[in-house]
Design a protein around this ligand. Structure first.
Ligand code: UD1
Length: 351
């Protein structure tokens, strides 16, 4: 079986790592195509290096652009690659423009598509990721769902027959990195923080960064926390803050460059809280049992909220109150699987 993975953005490199490792373990032929959606070394290369992912076989180098231009460039560039490699499966990950473009390019050439992280829904049609998910699921032949809730969504859309529950590959890589982490002193020193004395924040979603008033309210709240908050600033956040004339640093808030994955795991494991609009970080915080505050009106990862480890808030006083809430009740629940999802993925692909 020849599997061709299409990846392009930071969270996809994390999801790719356990799949690539399992392919190597089983001796399965695996072609990695990097679309080039994320090209900064800190958002791309360091993930390949730190997570032991083989270098991409093909680099499309599409770079930034509007949604249409970016998606279209990937589509155009994929045709010759797929014609040349003729994989048994085109495997796409998550919900970015690279995901949708990879899936579309494959179905148009009648190549089977598998979607890893299928069935997630926010039901917020203003998110580009929601369209990417829905369209990719409906184009896909095999829908690899991380949770029961995701399988239910697929059933509700008439896609139940193509769905397989495999668990969440992000938990595979998180557990591996956590267990290999020698110590967290270096990252705490780099951040200038004490164990348990700080929160980690990330904000990058268009709906939070692009509206000056909304981003201003988020930043104001993060500057008034009663303990230090380290904001790991994504390029989109920095660019928009500059456009809005907004100073990120001030009060309790300090910005830093995005961290490599092992350092992020170390930082979150030692933090008293996480504040984010990322999908992956909500789960990573839960798996490391660090309380999470999510600056969004809905989440795809409803289990983290139901179990009491994540709250959804609007920017403003609600955000400040959420950060002061008491610690959640301990739980042994494992809604995202046991860290062996990549093996289930390859089983489902018949590899
Ligand atoms: C993308 C995904 C989002 C995912 C996120 C993870 C879509 C629609 N969105 O959002 O779902 O959560 O990745 O980070 O696919 N930029 C750089 N350097 C880079 C990459 C981007 O400076 O390496 C800049 C771009 O020029 C652009 C901005 O960051 O101004 C946004 O990049 P883009 O890839 O369009 O989307 P993300 O916001 O990263």
């Amino acid at each position: 079986v020849r599997i061709l993975s299409v990846v392009g953005a930071r969270p996809q490199f994390v999801k790719l790592a356990p799949v690539a490792a399992e392919c190597a373990r089983r001796g399965v032929e695996h072609v990695i195509v990097h679309t080039g959606q994320h090209y900064d070394p800190m958002l791309s290369d360091v993930f390949f290096r730190d997570l032991g992912i083989p270098d991409p076989d093909v680099h499309l180098g599409v770079g930034s652009g509007g949604h249409g231009a970016q998606t279209g460039s990937i589509l155009g560039a994929m045709d010759p690659v797929l014609e040349d490699r003729r994989p048994d499966w085109v495997l796409v990950y998550g919900d970015t423009n690279s995901t949708l473009a990879g899936a579309l390019s494959a179905v148009k050439l009648h190549l089977p598509v598998a979607h890893l992280e299928a069935g997630l829904r926010s039901f917020n049609r203003r998110m580009p990721e929601e369209h990417n998910r829905v369209l990719t699921d409906h184009a896909g032949d095999l829908l690899l769902a991380p949770t029961e809730v995701a399988v239910d969504h697929l059933r509700a859309e008439g896609l139940g027959e193509r769905a397989v529950l495999v668990g969440d590959v992000m938990i595979d890589v998180l557990y591996r990195v956590r267990d290999e982490l020698a110590d967290t002193d270096a990252v705490l020193e780099q951040l200038g923080m004490q164990p348990g004395g700080f929160s980690v924040a990330t904000i990058h979603r268009a709906e939070n960064t692009d509206d000056p008033a909304r981003l201003g309210a988020i930043v104001a709240a993060l500057q008034e926390v009663d303990h230090p908050v380290v904001l790991l600033a994504h390029p989109r956040l920095r660019a928009r803050a500059e456009e809005h004339g907004l100073d990120l640093d001030g009060g309790s808030l300090t910005t830093r460059a995005p961290l490599p994955y092992p350092a992020l795991v170390g930082a979150v494991s030692q933090a008293r809280g996480v504040i984010t609009d990322s999908g992956g970080l909500q789960k990573e915080a839960f798996a490391l049992r660090t309380p999470c505050t999510t600056v969004r009106t809905e989440t795809e990862w409803v289990e983290t909220v139901e179990l009491g480890w994540n709250v959804l808030v609007e920017p403003g006083p609600a955000l400040r109150d959420a950060l002061a809430r008491p610690a959640p009740a301990p739980t042994a629940a494992a809604p995202y699987g046991d860290g062996h999802a990549a093996a289930a993925v390859l089983d489902a692909l018949g590899a």
